[in-house]
Design a protein around this ligand. Structure first.
Ligand code: TMP
Length: 201
């Protein structure tokens, strides 16, 4: 693969989408060819899967179904977007990737992490990020905007989201060369500065 694959991860309310978009705009302003994606979603098929996953009405969804739907959406985005872009030498920035399934369905819901990694290897065709920016925000701060309109996953308990956040720390400890923790600052431009320092292009 000639390109560079950068992912953004973090628990709810960490500002991933804003920060990943700012980085994308910055790299484009420097003349880089960047493809910006989000997970689950980005392709027609994966966006449909996203709406099934996040719909609060789908409260009967089993944990097995949930995990496999995230993987199905990922299989499509990898085949349709990520792999072709990396082969062409483009930079791919993706808001969430396989680490989210390990933390949200693995650490959060208690699913077998080695099973998630093995299905993950299959759907990603062995593609893994060159760099993962893990944005960290205190749990209660991240969830303080919850107001009843949140989606099926966001609405889960504080203890669930705590397991997700601790899961991210475990992943970062296991793979320090790939996963870089960036503490979310009050000033979003300061956070962005700290992210840019990690980008070695
Ligand atoms: P988003 O809010 O970052 O767009 O992500 C949608 C939700 O889906 C968010 O609550 C995290 C959750 N999620 C998982 O539970 N497992 C996954 O594999 C992914 C990619 C997201």
């Amino acid at each position: 693969m000639k390109g560079k694959f950068i992912t953004f991860e973090g628990s709810e309310g960490c500002g991933k989408s804003t920060q990943s978009r700012l980085l994308c705009a910055y790299l484009r302003s420097k003349g880089c060819d960047v493809l910006y994606l989000r997970e689950p979603g980005a392709t027609k098929i994966s966006e449909k899967v996203r709406s099934v996953l996040l719909d609060k009405k789908n409260d009967a969804m089993s944990v097995e179904c949930e995990m496999l739907l995230y993987m199905a959406a990922r299989a499509q985005i990898v085949a349709e977007c990520i792999k072709p872009a990396l082969e062409k030498g483009r930079i791919v920035i993706c808001d969430r990737f396989l680490d989210s399934t390990i933390t949200y369905q693995g650490y959060g819901l208690g699913m077998d992490i080695s099973l998630i990694k093995s299905i993950g290897g299959f759907v990603t065709q062995g593609i893994s990020p060159d760099l993962t920016i893990l944005l960290d925000v205190p749990l209660k701060k991240g969830l303080k905007h919850r107001d009843g309109r949140q989606d099926r996953i966001e609405q889960r308990s504080l203890s669930y989201h705590g397991r997700v956040r601790r899961g991210y720390f475990k992943l970062a400890k296991a793979e320090p060369a790939r996963i870089k923790i960036v503490k979310v600052q009050r000033d979003l431009h300061q956070t962005q500065e700290n992210i840019r320092k990690l980008i070695d292009l």
